[in-house]
Design a protein around this ligand. Sequence first.
Ligand code: GLU
Length: 501
Amino acid sequence: MAGKAAVPCTETERSGVGTQASENAARRQLNRPPRVRFAPSPTGMLHVGGARSALFNWVFAKRHGGALVLRIEDTDASRNRPEWTQGIIDSLAWLGITPAEYEGPHLQSEYAEQHAQAQRTLLEAGDAYYCDCAREAVVARTGDTHRGYDGFCRDRGLSPAGAALRFRTPDVGSTVINDLVRGEVSFEHAALEDFVIARGDGSTTFLLANVVDDATARITHVIRAEEHLSNAPKQQLLWQALGYPPPTWAHVSILVDHARKKLSKRRNKVALEAYRNEGFLAEAMRNYLMLLGWSPGGDREIVPWKLIEAEFELSEVTSSPAFFDVDKLRAFNGEYIRALPLAEFITACQPWLVGESAPWQITEFDADVFVALAPHAQTRIVLLSEIVPMVDFAFLPHPVRDEQSWNKAMKDPAEQILDAAITAFADVKWEPLALKAAMEQISLGLGLKLGKAQAPVRVAVTGRTVGLPLFESLAILGRKRTLQRLADAQRALQQSRLTTP
Ligand code: GLU
């Protein structure tokens, strides 16, 4: 970079890593089982993009007989919260990345001594120097707000007190990042400023702490989000300066929404936990996340996890932005729900049935009734949370009153239909086919199609115009409650006829 002072180390040592060197490093690394890591900062809930990086790391490690390390990068005390750490661990476990699957979690904050030691090593080797320049002073000197640090303090021999520590980047040559997703990416040293590795208070910055922790954990492959690609050349220089063989890199693309904009907390639902709470199945979610940038080939999309573990290749992952398509994710979820054995479907629904959010009293819930309804519901819901409006008619003392449904269904000749149903259902055999036959008679008598004729009955009994197959629902609800609800609806209709002019 123009304006930099002379570099005290030899150019051959510092002029960057050539293609040959990075190939050698990659080759060396292939000979030993990979060690990868997921290194989230606990500043929020686990983002779907983070979850996808975690899965890529996990599957890559499994596929090659390696190990996954979980490191919580908790050094930004102002933004971290312990509950976020637990939330991340829980979200990972939901996806299948349970504590048995990884080493750790290691907390970055517990490695402050190793970070400080690395600062000393770099300082003593002449690879780092103290700098007390204020940003404004740099801008005043360079006359350019966009330009990086100008190397002013390189040879001033400042002492630590209150000064930041900067890494002395090479002036010439380039660093080549050997990236399994992007190929070789070359960065000119002239464009790399002498970046800060420790703040004035002595604390180590992300760039160095992240490298020290990776090197200490003998990480061989750094698989992480694209937004860190620009850090990679700086970090690779640090790996080398500290005497470690740099890792192989894999920077996976950003996720974008339907407008092709980067997923953001403000515009999109990005927390994995939010999807879980809505009733996405972990199996559907992880299958879907694995396809963001990778494909098992052919038209295959919904595939057994075993196949993903057997076939995933980082080198097949595309570098273009991946569309996080919620509609497609929903379709995946519907398929996964339908494919569940009934008993597992019933278990998966439990949190919505007996949890705090259930709209009925726990004493009103009847597990046997749910078991009878479940097969009908399983084919009709896309999210587990949708189970509630499907079956609430069976557990609430009165059906919900959905005004839209009511107004739509309770038009003339709704009263006549309800009258006829009350009469017919009083002594019909209480099973779906007989109930249907009775309803067909009614519709025939009134010259209506069955669908039209059954709408007031459905709304009277379930509160909604759409739901589970009607006659199965009535059969499960029982004669007494069905007749009671038909009579209630009939009364309500009479009432409104008398009160509306
Ligand atoms: N803590 C960093 C993040 O969450 C991790 C960067 C990395 O994986 O190297 O973005």
